[in-house]
Design a protein around this ligand. Structure first.
Ligand code: ADP
Ligand code: MG
Length: 441
C-alpha cells in the first residue's frame, strides 16, 4: 500500500499536468500534505488567501485526483498552515509585507477621506457629508440607494465614523438584518418595551440595506414605530437600499411615503476615471505600487461594481506576491483569466429571456409576446423580476421588452415573484438555476 507522501506525490504530478506549470507554481508548489484524523488528507497552505483560493477553485480536482491515485474515496481538507511551522524549505512562498497589509481589510476604514468622489456618487457624497456635519437639521431621513458594490455601506459608515469621532451624540449604526434579529430576540423574550426604549434614546440612527425588509410585516411595523418616534424628535436617520423605495417590492406604502419626505440620493456605476482613482487610492493606502497602465486596464475590464474591482486588485497583488514579480500590465495580461475570473458583465436582457424560457420549457418569443396563458405569464413575470434585479433594467423598458406591458404591470409582477421566492422552495430553485445559466448566481 502506498503511504501518504507517495499518494500525494503522484497526485500532485497529475494536478500539475492538468492545471499547467504556471498555475501549479503559483498555487501548489509550497503546499504540504499531512494525514489527518480518520485518514483524511490535509493539505496545508502558506496562508489563508491561498487556502481559500485552492478550496474555491481546485477542491474537486484534488479530491478526485487523490481518490483515483489511492483507489480509495478519500476526504481532502485544505487548511492554512499553523503558525510557526511554515516551510523554510519554500523560500519563494513567503509573501512580501505588502500583501499582508493588503489582506488586512479591517484597516481600510470607511471614511470620507477614503471615498473618491466622481460624477456617479457626487450627490450622495455631498448629502452624506452635509448630514455628518449637521445631523438632524437638514434632510430627514436621508436614503442612499444604488446597485451592489457602489459605495452605499461605505458612505453610511463614513457618516457614523465622523459623528462618533466628534462625540456627544448617541449614534446607532446597524444593518436591516441585525435590526430584525434584535427585534425578534426581544419579541421572543417578551421585552419589546426594552427594544423600543433603546431606540428612543438614539440621536442618530443609521440602517444599511433596508431592502431586506420587503415582505417582513412585523419588522416594518416596528420600524415604522421607531421611525415616527425619532422623526418627531428631529433625530437624524440615514438608510441605504438597493433600489428607490417605490421600487422595493413588498415595502409598505406608508414607509415609502415616509422616505419620500426626506432626501433620496442615488449612486450610479462609476465612470472609468473614478474607477481608476479608486484603485489608486486603495493601492496607495496599502502601499502597493500600481501604474496608471495597470489601473486603467483593470478599470476598463470591470464594468461597474467597485467591490469586484477591489477583488481584482487584491488578487493581482496576491499573484504578484506569490510569484515575486512586480505588478505590471504584462503580468496582468498573462494572468487575466485567474485575476479576473468568471463573468465580467451583467447578462443582456436577451440572454435572460432565453435562460428563463429554457427553464420553463417555452420559446423566448412566448415571453416577448403578450399571450396570457398561465405558464407563459409566470415565466414572463419571472423574466421581468430578473431583468429588474439582475440587470437593473427600468420598469417601462422591461414592459416594452416583455409583452408591451405598462410599468405598473411590471412592478406588480416583480412584487409577485418576489413573494413567491419567499414562499415556494421549488420556484426559488428554478430561479437559482436561471441565475447560474446567465453566470450571475
Ligand atoms: P455597497 O454597500 O453599495 O454594496 P460598499 O460600500 O460595500 O458597496 O463598497 C464596496 C467596496 O468599494 C468597499 O470596499 C468600498 O470601500 C469601495 N468603494 C465604493 N465606492 C467607493 C469610492 N467612491 N471611493 C473609494 N472606495 C469605494
Ligand atoms: Mg452594502
Amino acid at each position: 500500500m502506498m503511504d501518504t507522501q507517495e499518494i500525494w506525490e503522484r497526485s500532485i504530478e497529475r494536478v500539475k499536468a492538468k492545471v499547467g506549470p504556471a498555475q501549479f507554481k503559483m498555487w501548489f508548489a509550497n503546499v504540504r500534505c499531512e494525514r489527518g484524523a480518520s485518514g483524511r488528507f490535509v493539505l496545508e497552505t502558506q496562508d489563508k488567501f491561498q487556502a481559500d483560493w485552492i478550496r474555491e477553485n481546485y477542491a474537486d480536482l484534488l479530491r478526485q485526483t487523490v481518490s483515483e491515485v489511492s483507489s480509495d474515496n478519500l476526504e481532502v481538507e485544505i487548511a492554512q498552515r499553523a503558525n510557526g511551522t511554515s516551510g523554510a524549505e519554500s523560500p519563494a512562498a513567503t509573501p512580501p509585507p505588502a500583501l499582508k497589509r493588503f489582506d488586512d481589510h479591517a484597516s481600510w476604514n470607511y471614511t470620507f477621506d477614503n471615498f473618491v468622489v466622481g460624477a456617479s456618487n457626487q450627490f450622495a457624497h455631498a448629502s452624506a457629508l452635509a448630514i455628518a456635519k449637521d445631523p438632524g437639521r437638514k434632510y430627514n431621513p436621508l436614503l442612499i440607494y444604488g446597485g451592489v458594490g457602489l459605495g452605499k455601506t461605505h458612505l453610511i459608515h463614513a457618516i457614523a465614523n465622523h459623528l462618533t469621532a466628534q462625540g456627544g451624540l448617541a449614534v446607532h449604526s446597524t444593518t436591516s438584518q441585525d435590526f430584525e434579529h434584535n427585534l425578534i430576540a426581544h419579541l421572543r423574550s417578551g421585552t419589546l418595551d426594552e427594544f423600543r426604549a433603546k431606540y428612543r434614546k438614539v440621536d442618530v440612527l443609521l440602517i444599511d440595506d433596508i431592502q431586506f425588509w420587503a415582505t417582513k410585516e412585523r419588522t416594518q411595523q416596528e420600524f415604522f414605530f421607531v421611525f415616527n418616534t425619532l422623526f418627531e424628535r428631529r433625530r437624524q436617520m440615514v438608510f441605504t437600499s438597493d433600489n428607490p423605495p417605490n421600487e422595493i417590492t413588498g415595502l409598505h406604502e406608508r414607509l415609502i411615503s415616509r422616505f419620500s419626505r426626506g432626501l433620496m440620493a442615488d449612486i450610479q456605476p462609476p465612470d472609468i476615471e473614478t474607477k481608476v482613482a479608486i484603485l489608486q487610492k486603495k493601492a496607495e493606502f496599502f502601499q502597493l505600487s500600481l501604474s496608471d497602465d495597470v489601473a486603467f486596464t483593470l478599470a476598463s475590464r470591470i464594468t461597474s461594481n467597485i467591490r469586484d474591482l477591489e477583488g481584482c486588485l487584491t488578487r493581482l497583488a496576491a499573484h504578484c506576491a506569490f510569484s515575486q514579480e512586480p505588478i505590471t500590465a504584462e503580468y496582468l495580461q498573462a494572468h487575466m483569466d485567474t485575476i479576473m475570473p468568471g463573468r465580467r458583465e451583467k447578462p443582456s436582457p436577451d440572454e435572460l429571456v432565453r435562460a428563463v424560457a429554457a427553464e420553463f420549457n417555452l420559446k423566448p418569443a412566448d415571453l416577448r409576446g403578450s399571450r396570457r396563458i398561465k405558464t407563459i405569464a409566470l415565466a414572463r413575470q419571472t423574466a421581468m423580476f430578473l431583468m429588474r434585479t439582475v440587470i437593473g433594467t427600468s420598469l417601462p423598458e422591461i414592459g416594452r421588452l416583455l409583452g408591451g406591458k405598462d410599468h405598473t404591470t411590471v412592478l406588480h409582477a416583480c412584487r409577485k415573484i418576489h413573494s413567491l421566492t419567499n414562499s415556494d422552495d421549488q420556484f426559488r430553485q428554478s430561479l437559482g438555476r436561471i441565475r447560474k445559466v446567465v453566470g450571475y448566481a
